[in-house]
Design a protein around this ligand. Structure first.
Ligand SMILES: [Zn+2]
Length: 130
């Protein structure tokens, strides 16, 4: 496993998905076989970290003391550009349909995927123009 194909759950600094060598299906929940066709040689690929928010919720009642300390916080499901869906924490302003970028941040004392609004070159110009 190289540094670029080490998922955040394995101590890496990015999302790493899998793609089937036979049918090219992409998936995130790591398996030793393709959930679509059963092929036993999926490959691991680093995600570019960009996706579109599919669902969003604001958590008011946290599942543990660590997360209770940071309520309310936003949780999103994001459809990644590579074709898989993943869950993560998010900036409170992020909404369904927004383009978002994933980084791995320390949240409630542990590394977790965090999505923030994708700032394009055009957006940057607008910010600097005002
Ligand atoms: Zn397959």
């Amino acid at each position: 496993m190289s540094e670029t194909t080490r998922d955040w759950t394995q101590g890496g600094d990015r999302l790493v998905f899998q793609q089937c060598s036979a049918c090219h299906h992409t998936f995130y929940f790591h398996r030793s076989f393709c959930p679509t066709c059963g092929d036993a040689s999926p490959i691991a690929l680093p995600s570019k970290g960009q996706g579109t928010v599919y669902a969003s919720t604001l958590v008011q009642r946290a599942p543990s003391d660590e997360f209770r300390a940071i309520v309310p916080y936003r949780i999103v499901l994001v459809d990644m550009a590579e074709g898989f869906r993943v869950m993560g924490h998010a900036h409170p302003s992020l909404a369904i349909g927004d383009v978002a970028i994933c980084t791995i941040e320390t949240i409630a004392g542990r590394p977790l995927p965090f999505f923030n609004a994708h700032v394009t070159a055009d957006t940057t110009k607008e910010l600097h123009a005002s």
